[in-house]
Design a protein around this ligand. Sequence first.
Ligand code: ARG
Length: 475
Amino acid sequence: MENTKLWGGRFKESAAKILDTFNASLPFDKKLYLQDILGSKAHSSMLERCGILNKDEKEAIHKGLDTIKEEIQKGTFDFKLSDEDIHMAIESRLTALIGEAGKKLHTARSRNDQVALDFRLFTLEANYKIASLLLELITTLLNLAKEHTTTIMPGMTHLQHAQPVNFGFTMCAYICMFVRDFERLTASHQRNNFSPLGSAALAGTPYTIDRFYTANALGFNAPTLNATDSVSDRDFALDFLYDLSMIGMHISRFAEELVLWSSYEFKFISLSDAYSTGSSIMPQKKNPDVPELLRGKSGRMYGNLFRLLTVLKGLPLAYNKDTQEDKEAVFDSFENMEICLQILNDLVKTMQIHKENMKKACQKGHLCATDLADFLVSHCKIPFREAHHITGKAVGYAESVGKDLSELSAEELCKVDSIIPKEAHLSLSLENSMNSRNSYGGTSTKSTLAQIESLEAWLNLAKITHQKNQRKMEF
Ligand code: ARG
């Protein structure tokens, strides 16, 4: 039986039936239909400008592509697995719709540069959407930080009470992570915004084409430099998967705090009912399934990054079919990250903050111990090591009488060591302690406000840079 595939000319027999499923990417790469249509429009406009297609042919192609877009969006397009992928599905339909001109579209192009283009466009647009969501999340967290620059909570190391900090300062720590994530996405966008179209199979094309025209028309900075690299390169996808893995890791750290803070042991926050779930057996339960899922999603992000790194390892130049395995990893990470960021943003906006419980928690764990040591250093002029030792004795005494260090009276403190002056206990208030850490980047209310100011200035600039990355296409 004759082979009826678009590439079937040299074959005497048709391919094994099972290959329809194994070889095909159509079930998942149909997501790239818009990018494929845009790429074909830019390509055919360029072919016309270079005298390879005439005006009628180009116009027929554009019209045909518009019809196909409509069919796909209305759900009437007949996706046939035998077409293998979205590129051939669209090309066959185009030829069926407009005849001869449809067959000319693939001049000076290969599926290798076509898929490299479609997938790159998709990934860069996905990058832009995630970056937009990050800016929204950063805005929400900044608003929260501004409200809580005097809300005292225990700062922790090793998940043990360490020193009093304010809640706004803690939010700023997470904002700093998301700021770096945004900048990482912007850098990936800059690095990869180059068009592979016109690289053809691997070596370029004998036709006199204009790759600068298509690059510009599709909103790229310029065409890629080397045709062989362009058809085999998937670094842009790896960059994106790594960027998403980092965001996933940051979200999982924040989500872990939300799980802890909403437990009875902490009760620093309550999640709104809209973002909590119940138990099928324990009627009293209000479970933090949502932050738990946010925490768990990082596994998927890392998995997808590793999946693609492994697919690409050891591939010789240039295009290899292995790379067909690239798309689902990116689709999966992108779609999950999109929903994670939307949910996290809403969850933060709707959660309640229990200031009193945060403050109460500070009354345990001798949070002001470092302040006593610092006081002894500055007032009694003794070395920090010695002050540390004396404060350790004071903590030991407080534990033995079942009190927090901050609850000891001046007399009790003086009894611990005669070098401790009477006024030392005044240094043990939480507010004093928090506000004494006024160094650049410290937790004092003043320093936190300065951080918020810097972050706001960053945000205003970032919005402008981001706007510039929005893809503009014209052809
Ligand atoms: N479906 C293919 C992919 O996703 C498109 C490129 C096919 N090229 C080829 N020479 N077989 O990679």
